[in-house]
Design a protein around this ligand. Structure first.
Ligand code: FES
Ligand SMILES: [Fe+2]
Length: 318
């Protein structure tokens, strides 16, 4: 089988769940980064994400594992682990096994998402995910959510954002946003662009500004006729599958019905676009030396910025 992409998993903050996906006092199995994981909430409501396999004899802690207070109990022989991954009790032994540890990932709940920091060398978080005050604000709609599993890697999906030319051909957009600037600073990239919208009352000028924090999180801010935000998160499931989630919110109009009509139209358009992009992403290859036109977007600048998120070598059999 040919591998289409040479990339290892990038490091950074990634969304693995919504807080409502899991009740306090319960545990569930997840799989991201080709790794089996257990996500659990202690009885105080705190979230914990750890590697799934019990270091004793390998049971999956997300399948039948029981939350007891602030610990997770293995379903196989009852060993318990705390939120830091230490073994805190072996019920049939006076001593704990200090070497028995679960790999533990830093977790924050922000903007109504469970975000996890993942670095292959377990290096501490190197940046933060910003608070987006509009999410959850009474003047803004509830989040409209959608999720897709796509046979590609996060970098390939993100490259779309700096590729204005594809909008006309893949998405049939007549008016393509005009890029004003694309800047990168550390793990953050900022793309500012102007977009004109054709309305029954003529052409209105608007903006689409995209703020990206590492490989897993971006905020797309639409303004002009309406103010709307789409927080898009991506997370690798395995070597060639990515989960993308959209969290869309629109500034409310006085008329509730208008708010939902506008939001529905936006959401339908965003979801249409991802369905149009999918067959391209799923069948393309990554060309490290692409043949570009002078008016193409800043593809190479984007790739150079993105390369900082790989701590492991590129795969050589790509
Ligand atoms: S495998 Fe988990 S306690 Fe034995
Ligand atoms: Fe696209």
């Amino acid at each position: 089988m040919t591998r289409h992409f040479p990339f290892p998993h990038p490091f950074g903050w990634f969304q693995v769940a919504y807080p409502e996906d899991i009740e306090p006092g319960t545990a569930t199995a997840l799989r991201y980064w080709s790794t089996d994981l257990v996500l659990w909430r202690d009885e105080g409501g705190e979230f914990h994400l750890q590697d799934a396999y019990c270091p004793h004899l390998g049971a999956h802690l997300g399948v039948g594992g029981k939350v007891v207070g602030a610990t997770l109990e293995c379903p196989f022989h009852g060993w318990t682990f705390n939120g830091e991954g230490s073994c805190v009790q072996i019920p049939y032994s006076d001593k704990v096994n200090r070497k028995a540890r679960l790999r533990t990932y830093p977790v924050v709940v922000r903007n109504g998402m469970v975000m996890v920091w993942r670095h292959p060398d377990e290096i501490e978080p190197q940046w933060e995910i910003p608070e987006i005050p509009e999410m959850g604000d009474a003047a803004w709609s509830d989040s409209y959510r959608s999720s897709y599993l796509i046979k590609t890697v996060p970098q390939e999906m993100a490259e779309n954002g700096v590729d204005p030319a594809h909008f006309r051909y893949v998405h049939g957009t007549d008016e393509v946003a005009e890029m004003e600037s694309y800047n990168t600073e550390g793990p953050i990239s900022t793309m500012l662009s102007k977009q004109s919208y054709v309305t029954p009352r003529g052409v209105t000028n608007g903006r689409i500004d995209v703020y990206t924090y590492g490989p897993g999180f971006s905020k797309v801010w639409f303004s002009g006729i309406v103010d709307a935000i789409n927080v898009a998160t991506t997370v690798p499931v395995d070597d060639d599958t990515t989960q993308v989630r959209f969290n869309f919110t629109v500034r409310k109009f006085e008329d509730e019905k208008l708010t939902s009509t506008v939001a529905d139209a936006f959401v339908a358009e965003i979801n249409k676009q991802i369905r149009e992009d999918t067959p391209i992403w799923e069948h393309k290859v990554f060309l490290s030396v692409p043949a570009l036109a002078d008016s193409d977007g800043p593809i190479l600048k984007f790739r150079k910025w993105y390369a900082q998120f790989y701590a492991e070598p590129m795969k050589s059999d790509a």
